[in-house]
Design a protein around this ligand. Structure first.
Ligand code: GLU
Length: 414
């Protein structure tokens, strides 16, 4: 049976709480989001019919600052998934020392099936429905699976209209540049992943030049990660997408593959490659395995077959706790999602700061601030893992929860 992501997030929290001997009152607060909202969004379809979509927003904890996190448009979105993703956002912001708590939203929809006009009406409908609980000082959404900068622009516009016509650029991040987006945001998650991979590889003695990588997912995060890995001289031997995967032991050029997909509409049939399925993908011998798609991909069923030296979690929640234990036992290092993919929310934070200041940084400035924050996060997580002899995931949770616990105590919640 597929693991419920909320149960997974709670198990991860429980394990770290035990190790930290966390105050049970604080532990109880952190097991559930502070606030959740479920909405029904009626959307007029192009053919004159009406469809009502289910939408959600969860705000996990605001002890350190407003809630922050993306909005997912995907057919499998549920309240529990959104709650889990909001918890992971809290811990992610903690690892990066961002002044935020976690939030997440979602709509159960396959955005591919909507026309651009229907997508716009759904995006505006979602924002209008959650507007009472979001805002630059309360909760700041951003893109996630199935959403993009255009959707963020519509949502920012809708929020500004709902609030009486004042433009609020800081209500969402991941916007297009001209309406208050930040340079470097669109590739920030991939850039951050490769910074973490580089730091972890150094500690493991893996040379990136000539190393091999397998990537599951070729969306915003997977494709940017592939491009940055290729720049480091990594050979990408397999890539998986929703409609199939490709394998070429001689290496796949991600830039050329993007061009191919633009024309073909799929990565399938890419010259020089042969098809591959998920099962084979996860068991390929390689240096780096990068899950960059959805939750629950590395499970107790396939973890025993993974033959990578390093698993870098570009997706949120790709590894179940049982799989985590198997990988650890087999000596495979995992850089956890709440650190590895934090580059996105870090540059979202920079975007929000720039919106509030109304002063915009150069791309070099953004990238160098991102580099500093990611390296600092990796160093503290790595040091913690050495000191307590725990996995990087456990160390990341411990660091983040210790900060949160301090804030919760100082605010007098327990
Ligand atoms: N959806 C992204 C994540 O899971 C980005 C969130 C943000 O930028 O706020 O980290």
């Amino acid at each position: 049976m597929e693991a419920n992501p909320l149960t997974v997030a709670q198990q991860q929290l429980d394990m770290a709480a035990e190790k930290l001997q966390l105050d049970p009152k604080i532990h109880a607060i952190l097991r559930e989001p502070t606030r959740v909202l479920e909405v029904s969004i009626p959307v007029k379809m192009d053919d004159g019919s009406l469809r009502v979509f289910k939408g959600y927003r969860a705000q996990h904890n605001d002890a350190i600052g407003p809630a922050k996190g993306g909005i997912r448009f995907h057919p499998d979105v549920t309240m529990d998934e959104v709650k889990a993703l909001s918890m992971w956002m809290t811990f992610k912001c903690g690892v990066l020392c961002l002044p935020y708590g976690g939030g997440k939203g979602g709509v159960a929809v396959d955005p591919q099936t909507l026309s651009p006009a229907e997508l716009e009406r759904l995006s505006r409908g979602y924002m209008a429905a959650v507007a009472p609980i979001v805002g630059p000082e309360r909760d700041i959404p951003a893109p996630d699976v199935g959403t993009n900068p255009q959707i963020m622009a519509w949502m920012m516009d809708e929020f500004s209209k709902v609030k009486g016509g004042v433009t609020y650029p800081g209500v969402v991040t991941g916007k297009p540049i001209i309406v208050g987006g930040s340079l470097g945001r669109s590739e920030a998650t991939g850039r951050g992943c490769v910074i973490i991979i580089r730091e972890a590889a150094k500690r493991l003695g893996i040379k990136l030049q000539g190393a091999t990588a397998v990537i599951q997912g070729f969306g915003n995060v997977g494709s940017a990660t592939a491009l940055f890995l290729a720049k480091e001289g990594v050979k990408i031997i397999a890539i998986m997408e929703i409609d199939g995967g490709i394998y070429n032991p001689e290496g796949i050029d991600p830039l050329d593959l993007l061009e191919y997909r633009k024309k073909a509409g799929t990565i399938n049939g890419y010259p020089g490659s042969r098809p591959i399925d998920n099962e084979e993908l996860f068991s390929l011998e390689c240096d780096l395995l990068v899950p960059a798609a959805l939750e629950n991909q590395i499970t107790k069923e396939n973890a025993g077959r993974v033959r990578a030296k390093l698993v870098a979690e570009a997706a949120n929640g790709p590894t179940t706790p049982e799989a985590d234990a198997i990988l650890a036992e087999r000596g495979i290092t995992v850089t956890p999602d709440i650190m590895t993919n934090a580059g996105g929310v870090t540059v979202s934070y920079f975007e929000w700061v720039q919106n509030i200041m109304n002063y915009y940084w150069t791309e070099e400035e953004i990238n160098s601030r991102l580099e500093q924050k990611m390296v600092a996060a990796f160093d503290s997580v790595y040091q913690m893992s050495q000191e307590y002899q725990v996995t990087l995931r456990m160390a990341a949770y411990m660091l983040s929860i210790a900060r949160l616990a301090e804030a919760i105590k100082l605010r007098g919640w327990v």
